[in-house]
Design a protein around this ligand. Structure first.
Ligand code: HEC
Length: 489
């Protein structure tokens, strides 16, 4: 019965197992596991599409709802955390896989005839994926996404004459606002997929038509064949894709992607930082700050130059040789470039300053890494201790204590980045947020003036005045979410 239905469908549509069998093509010898990268990339794009569509069922693209809907998905929806994490790590994995694909193509000369078009499409694909990442970053409306978008859009804005216009087109406004979020969301979920799908289809089609590159052969050489695709490569492709997806599920379960605190302009100490794959560029910009070059020139010019060289590669490297030993002129610069990028990335990760995130903050300390809710009892005890220590004589806190004005307003303090630098105390940098807070209040760490004397107007609280429990309770009290303040700007 089933056989007859399939036969009928195949006859009427021209699509079916028979047709697929005629598509099965010979593969050259020497094609192995590394050739699964293309298939793995396609599977990852599939994974990102599916997880993205599922997340869109819950997401609200407005500054008033974006953060809460993402948090709701992460904390309340069964499987939501896995979904979010798979989408997060899937993007990183896709960048790695496409990066490896490009690297390997350079190494084995796979961009040479007859696969120049496949190469170009792969570069387009890589750029699309990076733009997907950039537009997706803003959507959760957390500190990380908002701040890095601010930095990213500042580069095109720096271009003379057209800069402000470009920024306005990108953001749909003069600053990141509700309009920008709508724009990024539409780009991320409608426009970019509409470009991606045909590029993917072409990439698959042309790649298939032109077949795999046999490593080590010359362009004019006819490679020895190893057998049909279905016998030699199909299984490997499925295995490699499955292995990557299983690995991502494992990683997402053990180490779910973090959602940072809601965007807050009040947290002046927050250090914006990009995704890991842009860290090298970020570090280079930091290191070259002293140069009298406007930052946009490097930030846009350098990736632009690299992409241009990659696009032109098939026409720059015109020899018929594919063996890398005979193409050192092209392979070595790529090797050196990779080394520089790795070193810059390591340097950047070593220099990053701590930011207050749900796991890395006072809030994280009193809620076990942000996994639990704040304990109402502890918050109440903290409020009492705040009064007992007369903190409210000098500090404002929420709407409950609003007169103190000698010291900074401590509303939501436990969720912000603070005291990363205290003059005369370089060790602050490496301390946890709770230690910073406790040492400050106890008086062990206070800023010093030019002469080295402590300039402190805040009293030092000994353990007799405020016990450790009371200190922790104050930390919990100050970790409540601040009331929303004009989040739509
Ligand atoms: C007599 C006024 C006064 C009292 C009382 C006081 N503070 Fe302060 N506090 C300050 C001032 C002023 C600063 C700012 C810098 C300085 O002088 O050290 C400050 C700074 C701080 C900071 C560091 C803020 C930052 O990140 O720069 C924390 C945390 C803090 N106070 C917590 C407390 C707590 C908790 C209490 C109660 C147990 C308290 N303070 C009581 C005046 C006071």
């Amino acid at each position: 019965m089933l056989g007859r239905v399939t036969a009928w469908l195949e006859d009427r549509s021209g699509l079916g197992p028979e047709t697929v069998r005629t598509l099965d093509r010979e593969t050259p010898k020497g094609v192995g596991w590394w050739d699964t990268l293309g298939a793995v990339a396609l599977s990852l794009i599939g994974l990102l599409a599916v997880t993205g569509m599922c997340m869109a069922l819950y997401y609200s693209p407005h500054p008033d709802g974006a953060y809460d809907s993402t948090r709701y998905l992460r904390e309340e929806v069964p499987g939501g955390r896995l979904l979010l994490s798979l989408h997060h790590y899937g993007d990183s994995a896709l960048v790695i896989v496409l990066g490896l694909y490009v690297l390997r193509s350079v190494l084995i000369g796979a961009y040479k005839a007859p696969r120049e078009l496949v190469w170009l499409l792969a570069i387009v694909l890589l750029n699309l994926v990076l733009i997907f990442g950039i537009t997706g970053h803003l959507l959760p409306w957390d500190q990380k996404g908002y701040r890095s978008t601010e930095v990213r859009t500042s580069f095109p804005a720096g271009v003379p004459i057209v800069g402000p216009l470009i920024r306005r087109v990108l953001l749909a406004d003069d600053d990141i606002s509700a309009l920008s979020l709508t724009r990024f969301y539409a780009l991320h979920t409608l426009f970019l997929p509409a470009v991606l799908v045909p590029v993917l289809a072409l990439f698959g089609y042309v790649g298939w038509k032109k077949g795999a590159t046999a490593p080590g052969t010359r362009v004019d050489e006819i490679p020895t064949l190893a057998g049909r695709f279905s016998e030699t490569r199909a299984f490997k492709n499925v295995c490699a894709s499955a292995a990557v997806v299983v690995f991502l599920i494992g990683l997402s379960s053990v180490h779910p992607a973090e959602l940072e605190f809601r965007y807050s302009p009040a947290d002046a100490g927050y250090h914006a930082r990009p995704d890991w794959y842009f860290l090298s560029l970020f570090q280079l910009l930091n290191d070259l700050k002293a140069l009298p070059l406007p930052s946009w020139m490097l930030a846009l010019g350098l990736p632009g130059a690299v992409m241009t060289v990659l696009v032109l590669l098939p026409w720059l490297d015109r020899s018929p040789e594919r063996d890398w030993r005979k193409r050192k002129l092209f392979v070595l610069p790529v090797g050196v470039g990779l080394l520089v990028v790795s070193l810059l990335t390591v340097r950047a990760s070593a220099l990053l300053t701590l930011n207050a995130t749900p796991s890395e903050s006072l809030f994280g300390h009193v809620t076990a890494g942000g996994e639990n809710d704040l304990s109402t009892m502890q918050v109440a005890a903290g409020k009492a201790a705040f009064q007992k220590g007369s903190c409210m004589g000098c500090h404002k806190a929420y709407a409950e204590f609003s007169t103190g004005s000698l010291g900074p307003d401590l509303t939501g303090y436990g969720r912000t980045t603070f005291l990363t630098e205290v003059k005369g105390h370089p060790e602050m940098h490496s301390l946890s947020f709770y230690d910073r807070f406790a040492r400050y209040v106890r008086g062990d760490v206070r800023p010093k003036d030019a002469s080295g004397a402590e300039k402190t107007t805040m009293p030092k609280y000994s353990a007799q005045q405020l016990s450790d429990e009371e200190m922790t309770a104050i930390a919990a009290y100050l970790s409540q979410e601040p009331p929303p303040h004009g989040s739509a700007k």
